[in-house]
Design a protein around this ligand. Structure first.
Ligand code: ZN
Length: 561
Protein backbone atom coordinates (compact mmCIF):
# COMPACT_ATOMS: atom_id res chain seq x y z
CA UNK A 1 0.00 0.00 0.00
CA UNK A 2 1.25 3.42 -0.90
CA UNK A 3 2.35 5.30 2.17
CA UNK A 4 0.37 8.48 2.44
CA UNK A 5 1.32 11.14 4.93
CA UNK A 6 -0.96 13.53 6.78
CA UNK A 7 -1.99 16.71 5.00
CA UNK A 8 0.85 19.17 5.12
CA UNK A 9 -1.07 22.30 6.04
CA UNK A 10 -2.50 22.93 9.48
CA UNK A 11 -6.27 23.01 9.16
CA UNK A 12 -8.52 25.48 10.90
CA UNK A 13 -11.84 27.10 10.11
CA UNK A 14 -11.33 28.33 6.53
CA UNK A 15 -9.30 25.39 5.39
CA UNK A 16 -11.52 22.92 7.19
CA UNK A 17 -14.35 24.16 5.10
CA UNK A 18 -12.14 24.07 2.07
CA UNK A 19 -11.26 20.58 3.12
CA UNK A 20 -14.88 19.77 3.68
CA UNK A 21 -15.65 20.01 0.04
CA UNK A 22 -12.13 19.46 -1.16
CA UNK A 23 -9.61 18.18 1.31
CA UNK A 24 -6.02 19.16 1.53
CA UNK A 25 -3.93 17.53 -1.16
CA UNK A 26 -0.49 16.35 -0.25
CA UNK A 27 2.42 17.26 -2.42
CA UNK A 28 2.94 14.81 -5.24
CA UNK A 29 6.65 15.60 -5.44
CA UNK A 30 9.40 14.06 -3.37
CA UNK A 31 11.37 16.18 -0.93
CA UNK A 32 14.25 17.85 -2.76
CA UNK A 33 12.23 17.86 -6.01
CA UNK A 34 13.12 20.41 -8.66
CA UNK A 35 11.36 23.74 -8.50
CA UNK A 36 9.99 23.12 -12.00
CA UNK A 37 8.26 19.93 -10.75
CA UNK A 38 6.85 21.81 -7.78
CA UNK A 39 5.49 24.56 -10.03
CA UNK A 40 3.94 21.96 -12.33
CA UNK A 41 1.69 20.79 -9.47
CA UNK A 42 -0.35 23.97 -9.87
CA UNK A 43 -2.48 24.38 -12.98
CA UNK A 44 -2.72 28.05 -14.06
CA UNK A 45 -6.31 29.25 -14.43
CA UNK A 46 -7.98 32.64 -14.96
CA UNK A 47 -10.90 33.32 -12.64
CA UNK A 48 -13.70 35.07 -14.48
CA UNK A 49 -17.09 36.44 -13.48
CA UNK A 50 -20.19 38.01 -15.03
CA UNK A 51 -19.02 41.64 -15.41
CA UNK A 52 -22.14 42.56 -17.43
CA UNK A 53 -24.10 42.48 -14.16
CA UNK A 54 -22.27 45.63 -12.98
CA UNK A 55 -23.15 49.27 -13.62
CA UNK A 56 -20.54 52.04 -13.56
CA UNK A 57 -20.94 52.79 -9.87
CA UNK A 58 -20.53 49.10 -9.01
CA UNK A 59 -17.42 48.95 -11.14
CA UNK A 60 -16.04 51.85 -9.10
CA UNK A 61 -16.83 49.93 -5.90
CA UNK A 62 -15.02 46.90 -7.28
CA UNK A 63 -11.99 48.96 -8.29
CA UNK A 64 -11.65 50.31 -4.76
CA UNK A 65 -12.13 46.86 -3.21
CA UNK A 66 -9.32 45.50 -5.38
CA UNK A 67 -7.11 48.42 -4.28
CA UNK A 68 -7.90 47.83 -0.61
CA UNK A 69 -7.19 44.12 -1.10
CA UNK A 70 -3.76 44.89 -2.53
CA UNK A 71 -2.89 46.95 0.55
CA UNK A 72 -3.91 44.04 2.80
CA UNK A 73 -1.90 41.70 0.59
CA UNK A 74 1.19 43.77 1.33
CA UNK A 75 0.51 43.42 5.06
CA UNK A 76 0.01 39.67 4.78
CA UNK A 77 3.42 39.22 3.16
CA UNK A 78 4.96 40.80 6.27
CA UNK A 79 2.78 38.61 8.50
CA UNK A 80 4.23 35.53 6.79
CA UNK A 81 7.80 36.66 7.37
CA UNK A 82 9.48 39.94 8.23
CA UNK A 83 12.13 39.05 5.64
CA UNK A 84 9.49 39.50 2.93
CA UNK A 85 9.99 43.26 3.29
CA UNK A 86 13.06 42.90 1.06
CA UNK A 87 13.29 39.50 -0.66
CA UNK A 88 15.66 40.73 -3.37
CA UNK A 89 18.70 40.04 -1.19
CA UNK A 90 17.89 36.35 -0.81
CA UNK A 91 16.47 35.44 -4.24
CA UNK A 92 18.78 34.60 -7.15
CA UNK A 93 18.69 37.40 -9.73
CA UNK A 94 20.29 35.72 -12.75
CA UNK A 95 18.41 34.82 -15.91
CA UNK A 96 18.75 31.02 -15.76
CA UNK A 97 15.50 28.99 -15.86
CA UNK A 98 16.32 27.66 -12.36
CA UNK A 99 16.59 31.15 -10.90
CA UNK A 100 13.37 32.23 -12.63
CA UNK A 101 11.60 29.14 -11.27
CA UNK A 102 12.74 29.93 -7.72
CA UNK A 103 11.46 33.51 -8.02
CA UNK A 104 8.18 32.23 -9.43
CA UNK A 105 7.69 29.59 -6.70
CA UNK A 106 8.54 32.20 -4.07
CA UNK A 107 5.74 34.35 -5.50
CA UNK A 108 3.36 31.37 -5.44
CA UNK A 109 4.24 30.49 -1.82
CA UNK A 110 4.53 34.07 -0.50
CA UNK A 111 7.91 33.24 0.97
CA UNK A 112 10.85 30.83 0.70
CA UNK A 113 9.03 27.83 2.25
CA UNK A 114 6.97 25.21 0.39
CA UNK A 115 3.46 25.29 1.83
CA UNK A 116 2.49 21.91 0.38
CA UNK A 117 5.68 20.16 1.51
CA UNK A 118 5.65 20.81 5.28
CA UNK A 119 7.20 24.26 4.84
CA UNK A 120 10.51 22.93 3.48
CA UNK A 121 12.74 25.85 2.45
CA UNK A 122 13.31 25.85 -1.31
CA UNK A 123 15.57 28.92 -1.55
CA UNK A 124 19.29 28.18 -0.95
CA UNK A 125 20.56 29.47 2.39
CA UNK A 126 17.14 29.78 4.06
CA UNK A 127 16.53 28.05 7.40
CA UNK A 128 13.28 26.70 8.82
CA UNK A 129 10.22 28.97 8.91
CA UNK A 130 9.80 30.77 12.25
CA UNK A 131 6.80 29.27 14.09
CA UNK A 132 5.46 32.71 14.91
CA UNK A 133 5.82 33.77 11.26
CA UNK A 134 6.06 37.58 11.05
CA UNK A 135 4.02 38.32 14.17
CA UNK A 136 6.74 37.87 16.83
CA UNK A 137 10.49 38.52 17.04
CA UNK A 138 12.12 35.48 15.43
CA UNK A 139 14.37 34.83 18.42
CA UNK A 140 11.52 35.01 20.96
CA UNK A 141 10.56 31.69 22.58
CA UNK A 142 7.12 30.64 23.85
CA UNK A 143 8.53 30.65 27.38
CA UNK A 144 9.81 34.21 27.08
CA UNK A 145 6.38 35.38 25.90
CA UNK A 146 4.56 33.54 28.70
CA UNK A 147 6.97 34.76 31.39
CA UNK A 148 6.57 38.33 30.14
CA UNK A 149 2.77 38.11 30.43
CA UNK A 150 3.18 36.54 33.86
CA UNK A 151 5.17 39.55 35.02
CA UNK A 152 3.00 42.14 33.20
CA UNK A 153 -0.56 40.91 33.79
CA UNK A 154 -2.17 44.13 32.59
CA UNK A 155 -0.63 43.62 29.15
CA UNK A 156 -1.87 40.05 28.71
CA UNK A 157 -4.94 41.13 26.69
CA UNK A 158 -2.86 43.14 24.24
CA UNK A 159 -0.26 40.38 23.90
CA UNK A 160 -2.76 37.63 23.14
CA UNK A 161 -4.95 39.89 20.96
CA UNK A 162 -5.77 38.81 17.41
CA UNK A 163 -4.81 42.29 16.25
CA UNK A 164 -1.32 43.02 17.61
CA UNK A 165 2.26 42.33 16.56
CA UNK A 166 4.90 41.55 19.22
CA UNK A 167 8.14 43.55 19.07
CA UNK A 168 11.34 43.74 21.13
CA UNK A 169 11.55 46.88 23.25
CA UNK A 170 14.50 47.84 25.45
CA UNK A 171 15.26 44.25 26.42
CA UNK A 172 11.56 43.51 26.97
CA UNK A 173 8.56 42.91 24.72
CA UNK A 174 5.87 45.22 23.43
CA UNK A 175 2.47 44.59 21.76
CA UNK A 176 1.90 46.93 18.81
CA UNK A 177 -1.69 47.21 17.47
CA UNK A 178 -2.11 46.42 13.76
CA UNK A 179 -3.40 49.97 13.22
CA UNK A 180 0.08 51.22 14.20
CA UNK A 181 2.27 48.38 12.94
CA UNK A 182 0.71 48.55 9.46
CA UNK A 183 -0.51 52.14 9.58
CA UNK A 184 0.43 53.07 6.03
CA UNK A 185 -1.32 50.12 4.39
CA UNK A 186 -4.37 50.23 6.67
CA UNK A 187 -4.95 53.97 6.17
CA UNK A 188 -4.78 53.47 2.42
CA UNK A 189 -7.12 50.47 2.60
CA UNK A 190 -9.57 52.42 4.77
CA UNK A 191 -9.59 55.31 2.28
CA UNK A 192 -10.34 52.89 -0.56
CA UNK A 193 -13.20 51.32 1.41
CA UNK A 194 -14.67 54.75 2.18
CA UNK A 195 -14.68 55.67 -1.49
CA UNK A 196 -16.28 52.30 -2.27
CA UNK A 197 -18.93 53.06 0.38
CA UNK A 198 -19.62 56.43 -1.26
CA UNK A 199 -20.50 54.59 -4.49
CA UNK A 200 -22.34 51.61 -3.01
CA UNK A 201 -26.07 51.82 -3.68
CA UNK A 202 -26.89 48.89 -1.43
CA UNK A 203 -27.36 50.21 2.13
CA UNK A 204 -26.09 47.07 3.90
CA UNK A 205 -22.94 47.07 1.75
CA UNK A 206 -22.31 50.76 2.36
CA UNK A 207 -22.67 50.22 6.10
CA UNK A 208 -20.27 47.28 6.13
CA UNK A 209 -17.64 49.17 4.13
CA UNK A 210 -17.75 52.26 6.37
CA UNK A 211 -17.59 50.21 9.56
CA UNK A 212 -14.79 48.02 8.21
CA UNK A 213 -12.76 51.11 7.21
CA UNK A 214 -13.14 52.31 10.81
CA UNK A 215 -12.05 48.89 12.14
CA UNK A 216 -8.80 49.14 10.19
CA UNK A 217 -7.98 52.31 12.13
CA UNK A 218 -9.28 51.26 15.59
CA UNK A 219 -8.54 47.49 15.70
CA UNK A 220 -12.12 46.97 16.88
CA UNK A 221 -13.87 44.61 14.43
CA UNK A 222 -17.03 43.73 16.37
CA UNK A 223 -19.54 46.10 14.73
CA UNK A 224 -18.20 45.54 11.24
CA UNK A 225 -18.38 41.74 11.69
CA UNK A 226 -22.06 42.12 12.58
CA UNK A 227 -22.55 44.37 9.53
CA UNK A 228 -20.93 41.64 7.39
CA UNK A 229 -23.38 39.05 8.71
CA UNK A 230 -26.22 41.44 7.83
CA UNK A 231 -25.25 42.05 4.19
CA UNK A 232 -28.48 41.69 2.25
CA UNK A 233 -29.50 41.80 -1.42
CA UNK A 234 -25.98 42.90 -2.32
CA UNK A 235 -24.50 41.87 -5.66
CA UNK A 236 -20.91 42.72 -4.68
CA UNK A 237 -19.94 40.55 -1.75
CA UNK A 238 -16.69 41.53 0.02
CA UNK A 239 -15.04 39.62 2.86
CA UNK A 240 -12.03 41.72 3.81
CA UNK A 241 -10.02 41.99 7.00
CA UNK A 242 -7.92 40.04 9.52
CA UNK A 243 -9.55 36.62 9.93
CA UNK A 244 -7.70 33.34 10.42
CA UNK A 245 -4.82 32.51 12.76
CA UNK A 246 -3.18 29.56 10.95
CA UNK A 247 -0.05 31.48 10.05
CA UNK A 248 0.76 31.88 13.76
CA UNK A 249 1.89 28.37 14.62
CA UNK A 250 3.53 29.60 17.83
CA UNK A 251 0.30 30.47 19.66
CA UNK A 252 -2.53 30.73 17.11
CA UNK A 253 -3.30 34.28 18.31
CA UNK A 254 -2.53 36.55 15.40
CA UNK A 255 -5.09 37.04 12.63
CA UNK A 256 -3.85 37.25 9.04
CA UNK A 257 -5.23 39.77 6.59
CA UNK A 258 -7.07 38.49 3.55
CA UNK A 259 -9.86 39.36 1.18
CA UNK A 260 -12.38 37.52 -0.95
CA UNK A 261 -14.12 39.97 -3.28
CA UNK A 262 -17.08 38.19 -4.86
CA UNK A 263 -20.09 38.70 -7.08
CA UNK A 264 -23.13 36.80 -5.94
CA UNK A 265 -24.26 34.16 -8.37
CA UNK A 266 -28.04 34.56 -8.74
CA UNK A 267 -28.70 31.19 -10.44
CA UNK A 268 -26.63 29.20 -7.95
CA UNK A 269 -28.14 31.10 -5.02
CA UNK A 270 -31.63 30.24 -6.27
CA UNK A 271 -30.66 26.58 -6.58
CA UNK A 272 -29.31 26.67 -3.06
CA UNK A 273 -32.44 28.29 -1.66
CA UNK A 274 -34.48 25.56 -3.36
CA UNK A 275 -32.34 22.85 -1.78
CA UNK A 276 -32.41 24.49 1.65
CA UNK A 277 -36.22 24.59 1.53
CA UNK A 278 -36.22 20.80 1.11
CA UNK A 279 -34.13 20.11 4.23
CA UNK A 280 -37.04 19.14 6.51
CA UNK A 281 -38.22 16.65 3.85
CA UNK A 282 -34.70 15.29 3.52
CA UNK A 283 -34.38 14.76 7.27
CA UNK A 284 -37.67 12.84 7.15
CA UNK A 285 -36.35 10.73 4.23
CA UNK A 286 -33.11 9.64 5.95
CA UNK A 287 -32.68 5.86 5.72
CA UNK A 288 -32.89 5.24 9.50
CA UNK A 289 -35.77 4.63 11.95
CA UNK A 290 -37.76 7.77 12.84
CA UNK A 291 -36.67 7.69 16.49
CA UNK A 292 -33.20 8.89 15.38
CA UNK A 293 -34.44 11.81 13.25
CA UNK A 294 -34.61 15.46 14.22
CA UNK A 295 -37.90 16.46 12.64
CA UNK A 296 -38.25 19.82 14.41
CA UNK A 297 -34.68 21.01 13.87
CA UNK A 298 -33.97 24.65 12.99
CA UNK A 299 -32.58 24.40 9.45
CA UNK A 300 -31.65 28.04 8.94
CA UNK A 301 -27.94 28.47 8.34
CA UNK A 302 -27.01 30.99 5.66
CA UNK A 303 -24.94 29.79 2.71
CA UNK A 304 -24.14 32.08 -0.18
CA UNK A 305 -22.59 31.28 -3.53
CA UNK A 306 -20.24 33.76 -5.19
CA UNK A 307 -17.86 33.95 -8.08
CA UNK A 308 -14.51 35.09 -6.75
CA UNK A 309 -13.51 38.30 -8.54
CA UNK A 310 -10.35 38.93 -6.55
CA UNK A 311 -8.53 37.30 -3.68
CA UNK A 312 -5.64 38.69 -1.63
CA UNK A 313 -3.60 38.01 1.47
CA UNK A 314 -3.85 34.65 3.16
CA UNK A 315 -6.14 33.13 0.53
CA UNK A 316 -3.61 33.73 -2.27
CA UNK A 317 -0.59 31.42 -1.72
CA UNK A 318 -0.58 27.64 -2.11
CA UNK A 319 -3.77 25.59 -2.04
CA UNK A 320 -6.88 27.57 -2.95
CA UNK A 321 -9.90 27.86 -0.66
CA UNK A 322 -13.22 26.81 -2.23
CA UNK A 323 -15.47 27.80 0.67
CA UNK A 324 -15.19 29.46 4.04
CA UNK A 325 -17.24 29.93 7.17
CA UNK A 326 -16.96 33.24 9.07
CA UNK A 327 -16.80 35.20 11.30
CA UNK A 328 -14.68 33.53 13.98
CA UNK A 329 -15.56 35.95 16.79
CA UNK A 330 -17.70 33.88 19.20
CA UNK A 331 -19.51 37.02 20.40
CA UNK A 332 -20.78 37.60 16.87
CA UNK A 333 -21.56 33.92 16.26
CA UNK A 334 -23.67 33.80 19.41
CA UNK A 335 -26.14 36.42 18.22
CA UNK A 336 -25.75 36.37 14.43
CA UNK A 337 -24.66 32.81 13.67
CA UNK A 338 -22.09 32.32 10.94
CA UNK A 339 -22.18 32.37 7.16
CA UNK A 340 -20.80 29.83 4.74
CA UNK A 341 -19.62 31.25 1.42
CA UNK A 342 -18.92 28.96 -1.54
CA UNK A 343 -16.64 30.13 -4.36
CA UNK A 344 -18.30 28.73 -7.47
CA UNK A 345 -15.73 29.69 -10.11
CA UNK A 346 -12.89 28.34 -7.96
CA UNK A 347 -14.79 25.07 -7.60
CA UNK A 348 -15.30 25.04 -11.36
CA UNK A 349 -11.59 25.59 -12.01
CA UNK A 350 -10.70 22.70 -9.70
CA UNK A 351 -13.33 20.57 -11.42
CA UNK A 352 -11.76 21.20 -14.83
CA UNK A 353 -8.15 20.71 -13.78
CA UNK A 354 -8.68 17.97 -11.20
CA UNK A 355 -11.88 15.94 -11.20
CA UNK A 356 -12.26 15.69 -14.98
CA UNK A 357 -8.73 14.39 -15.64
CA UNK A 358 -9.06 12.01 -12.67
CA UNK A 359 -12.28 10.63 -14.16
CA UNK A 360 -10.53 10.13 -17.49
CA UNK A 361 -7.84 8.07 -15.79
CA UNK A 362 -10.03 5.90 -13.55
CA UNK A 363 -13.49 5.54 -15.15
CA UNK A 364 -14.57 3.58 -18.22
CA UNK A 365 -14.77 5.91 -21.20
CA UNK A 366 -18.55 6.06 -21.51
CA UNK A 367 -18.85 7.21 -17.88
CA UNK A 368 -15.86 9.59 -17.96
CA UNK A 369 -17.69 11.36 -20.79
CA UNK A 370 -20.69 11.98 -18.55
CA UNK A 371 -18.71 13.85 -15.89
CA UNK A 372 -20.20 17.35 -15.69
CA UNK A 373 -19.82 20.46 -13.57
CA UNK A 374 -23.49 20.83 -12.52
CA UNK A 375 -23.77 17.40 -10.87
CA UNK A 376 -20.37 17.98 -9.22
CA UNK A 377 -21.33 21.38 -7.83
CA UNK A 378 -24.75 20.12 -6.72
CA UNK A 379 -23.10 17.23 -4.86
CA UNK A 380 -20.79 19.69 -3.06
CA UNK A 381 -23.79 21.82 -2.05
CA UNK A 382 -25.72 18.80 -0.84
CA UNK A 383 -22.65 17.46 1.00
CA UNK A 384 -22.45 20.76 2.91
CA UNK A 385 -26.19 20.69 3.65
CA UNK A 386 -25.99 17.02 4.69
CA UNK A 387 -23.62 17.94 7.52
CA UNK A 388 -26.76 19.51 9.02
CA UNK A 389 -28.86 16.34 8.65
CA UNK A 390 -28.93 13.31 10.93
CA UNK A 391 -28.04 12.79 14.61
CA UNK A 392 -26.29 15.51 16.61
CA UNK A 393 -26.71 13.59 19.87
CA UNK A 394 -26.74 9.94 20.76
CA UNK A 395 -30.39 8.85 20.75
CA UNK A 396 -31.80 8.77 24.29
CA UNK A 397 -28.77 10.60 25.68
CA UNK A 398 -29.35 14.34 25.12
CA UNK A 399 -26.10 15.30 26.88
CA UNK A 400 -23.83 13.17 24.72
CA UNK A 401 -22.94 14.58 21.31
CA UNK A 402 -22.12 12.16 18.52
CA UNK A 403 -18.73 13.84 18.28
CA UNK A 404 -17.90 13.05 21.94
CA UNK A 405 -19.25 9.51 21.67
CA UNK A 406 -17.30 8.54 18.54
CA UNK A 407 -14.15 10.50 19.45
CA UNK A 408 -11.26 9.94 17.03
CA UNK A 409 -13.54 8.14 14.57
CA UNK A 410 -16.03 10.99 14.35
CA UNK A 411 -14.50 13.12 11.58
CA UNK A 412 -14.02 10.37 9.01
CA UNK A 413 -17.51 9.03 9.68
CA UNK A 414 -19.08 12.50 9.52
CA UNK A 415 -17.43 13.29 6.17
CA UNK A 416 -18.44 9.92 4.74
CA UNK A 417 -21.96 10.45 6.08
CA UNK A 418 -22.20 13.83 4.34
CA UNK A 419 -21.20 12.21 1.03
CA UNK A 420 -23.51 9.21 1.29
CA UNK A 421 -26.46 11.13 2.72
CA UNK A 422 -25.91 13.77 0.04
CA UNK A 423 -26.21 11.28 -2.81
CA UNK A 424 -29.09 9.49 -1.08
CA UNK A 425 -30.88 12.85 -0.67
CA UNK A 426 -30.44 13.72 -4.34
CA UNK A 427 -32.13 10.38 -5.08
CA UNK A 428 -35.04 11.50 -2.90
CA UNK A 429 -35.24 14.78 -4.84
CA UNK A 430 -35.24 12.86 -8.13
CA UNK A 431 -38.27 10.89 -6.90
CA UNK A 432 -39.98 14.20 -6.10
CA UNK A 433 -39.28 15.38 -9.63
CA UNK A 434 -36.77 18.12 -8.64
CA UNK A 435 -34.03 16.56 -10.79
CA UNK A 436 -34.08 14.22 -13.76
CA UNK A 437 -33.05 10.57 -13.73
CA UNK A 438 -30.33 11.46 -16.19
CA UNK A 439 -28.91 14.08 -13.82
CA UNK A 440 -28.99 11.54 -10.99
CA UNK A 441 -26.96 9.07 -13.03
CA UNK A 442 -24.36 11.80 -13.57
CA UNK A 443 -24.35 12.39 -9.80
CA UNK A 444 -23.63 8.69 -9.20
CA UNK A 445 -20.78 8.69 -11.73
CA UNK A 446 -19.40 11.88 -10.19
CA UNK A 447 -19.56 10.29 -6.74
CA UNK A 448 -17.39 7.39 -7.91
CA UNK A 449 -14.79 9.66 -9.59
CA UNK A 450 -14.74 11.98 -6.58
CA UNK A 451 -13.77 9.15 -4.23
CA UNK A 452 -10.48 8.84 -6.12
CA UNK A 453 -9.93 12.57 -5.78
CA UNK A 454 -10.29 12.47 -2.02
CA UNK A 455 -8.54 9.15 -1.41
CA UNK A 456 -5.52 11.01 -2.81
CA UNK A 457 -5.48 13.04 0.43
CA UNK A 458 -4.47 9.91 2.31
CA UNK A 459 -6.16 7.46 4.67
CA UNK A 460 -4.84 9.35 7.70
CA UNK A 461 -7.04 12.32 6.81
CA UNK A 462 -10.78 12.33 7.58
CA UNK A 463 -11.95 12.88 4.00
CA UNK A 464 -9.52 10.36 2.56
CA UNK A 465 -10.49 7.65 5.05
CA UNK A 466 -14.18 8.49 4.70
CA UNK A 467 -13.94 8.10 0.92
CA UNK A 468 -12.01 4.86 1.18
CA UNK A 469 -14.74 3.28 3.34
CA UNK A 470 -17.42 4.37 0.88
CA UNK A 471 -15.50 3.05 -2.07
CA UNK A 472 -14.77 -0.34 -0.51
CA UNK A 473 -18.34 -0.76 0.71
CA UNK A 474 -19.84 0.11 -2.68
CA UNK A 475 -17.30 -2.03 -4.52
CA UNK A 476 -17.90 -4.99 -2.18
CA UNK A 477 -21.66 -4.73 -2.71
CA UNK A 478 -21.29 -4.65 -6.50
CA UNK A 479 -22.32 -1.00 -6.91
CA UNK A 480 -18.94 -0.23 -8.49
CA UNK A 481 -17.55 -2.57 -11.12
CA UNK A 482 -13.93 -3.06 -12.19
CA UNK A 483 -12.52 -4.06 -15.55
CA UNK A 484 -9.27 -5.88 -14.96
CA UNK A 485 -8.10 -5.60 -18.57
CA UNK A 486 -8.17 -1.78 -18.60
CA UNK A 487 -7.91 -1.11 -14.85
CA UNK A 488 -10.98 1.13 -15.09
CA UNK A 489 -13.99 1.41 -12.80
CA UNK A 490 -17.68 2.13 -13.41
CA UNK A 491 -20.73 2.96 -11.34
CA UNK A 492 -23.40 0.27 -11.66
CA UNK A 493 -26.28 2.67 -12.23
CA UNK A 494 -28.89 0.05 -11.30
CA UNK A 495 -27.27 -1.15 -8.09
CA UNK A 496 -25.66 1.99 -6.76
CA UNK A 497 -28.72 4.01 -5.57
CA UNK A 498 -29.88 1.24 -3.22
CA UNK A 499 -26.40 0.51 -1.91
CA UNK A 500 -25.62 4.21 -1.29
CA UNK A 501 -28.80 4.54 0.77
CA UNK A 502 -27.92 1.40 2.73
CA UNK A 503 -24.42 2.80 3.35
CA UNK A 504 -25.82 6.18 4.45
CA UNK A 505 -28.00 4.26 6.91
CA UNK A 506 -24.93 2.50 8.33
CA UNK A 507 -23.07 5.75 9.01
CA UNK A 508 -26.17 7.39 10.49
CA UNK A 509 -26.88 4.45 12.80
CA UNK A 510 -23.30 4.36 14.10
CA UNK A 511 -23.78 8.05 14.92
CA UNK A 512 -27.25 7.70 16.43
CA UNK A 513 -26.15 4.87 18.72
CA UNK A 514 -22.79 6.53 19.53
CA UNK A 515 -21.22 3.14 18.84
CA UNK A 516 -17.50 3.86 19.07
CA UNK A 517 -16.42 0.21 18.83
CA UNK A 518 -18.74 -0.32 15.89
CA UNK A 519 -17.29 2.76 14.17
CA UNK A 520 -13.74 1.51 14.78
CA UNK A 521 -14.62 -1.91 13.36
CA UNK A 522 -16.29 -0.35 10.30
CA UNK A 523 -13.32 1.91 9.56
CA UNK A 524 -10.95 -1.02 10.08
CA UNK A 525 -12.91 -3.30 7.77
CA UNK A 526 -13.37 -0.82 4.94
CA UNK A 527 -10.45 1.57 5.47
CA UNK A 528 -7.56 0.10 3.52
CA UNK A 529 -6.63 0.52 -0.10
CA UNK A 530 -7.05 -2.43 -2.42
CA UNK A 531 -4.37 -3.16 -5.05
CA UNK A 532 -6.80 -2.19 -7.84
CA UNK A 533 -7.43 1.23 -6.33
CA UNK A 534 -3.77 1.69 -5.51
CA UNK A 535 -2.88 1.12 -9.17
CA UNK A 536 -5.49 3.64 -10.29
CA UNK A 537 -4.25 6.28 -7.81
CA UNK A 538 -0.66 5.72 -8.96
CA UNK A 539 -1.71 6.59 -12.51
CA UNK A 540 -2.67 10.10 -11.31
CA UNK A 541 0.79 11.04 -10.01
CA UNK A 542 2.49 13.57 -12.26
CA UNK A 543 -0.56 13.56 -14.58
CA UNK A 544 -3.20 15.36 -12.56
CA UNK A 545 -2.15 18.60 -10.84
CA UNK A 546 -2.53 19.01 -7.09
CA UNK A 547 -4.20 22.41 -7.25
CA UNK A 548 -4.80 25.54 -9.31
CA UNK A 549 -2.89 28.79 -9.58
CA UNK A 550 -5.40 31.55 -10.24
CA UNK A 551 -5.00 34.87 -11.93
CA UNK A 552 -7.89 37.31 -11.86
CA UNK A 553 -9.67 38.56 -14.98
CA UNK A 554 -10.72 41.71 -13.11
CA UNK A 555 -7.16 43.06 -13.23
CA UNK A 556 -7.41 43.17 -17.03
CA UNK A 557 -10.93 44.62 -16.96
CA UNK A 558 -9.93 47.43 -14.59
CA UNK A 559 -7.76 48.88 -17.35
CA UNK A 560 -10.84 49.52 -19.50
CA UNK A 561 -13.33 50.55 -16.81
ZN1 ZN B 1 -17.68 17.91 4.69
Amino acid sequence: MKKIGPPSVILAATLLIAACAGGEPESAVESGASIADRLAQFAPVTLNFEASLLDDRQKRVLRRLVEASDHLDAIYRLQVWRGNADPSSLLPDDETPEAAAIRDYYELMYGPWDRIAEDQPFVPGIGPKPAGAGSYPEDMTKTEFEEWIGLNRSEAGAFTSYYTVIERDNGGLRAVPYSQAYVEQLEAAAAALRDAADHADNASLERFLRLRAESFLTDDYFDSEIAWMRLEDNLIDPTIGPYEVYEDKLFGYKASFESFIGIKDPAASAQLAGLAARLPDLERALPIPDQHKYLDRDFTSPISVIDLVYGAGETRPGVQTIAFNLPNDPRVRETEGSKKVMLRNVIRAKFETNLKPIAEQVLVAEQAERIGFEPYFTRILVHELAHGLGPDYVTGNPDLTVNKALQEHYSALEEAKADAVGTHSLGVLVERGDYSQDFYEEVLIDHVADMFRCVRFGATEAHGLGCLTQFNYLRGAGAITYDEATGKFAADLQEMPGVVSELAGQYLLLQATGDRDGAAAFLERYGSMSPEMEAAIARLDGVVPVDIRPSYAVKEMLRDW
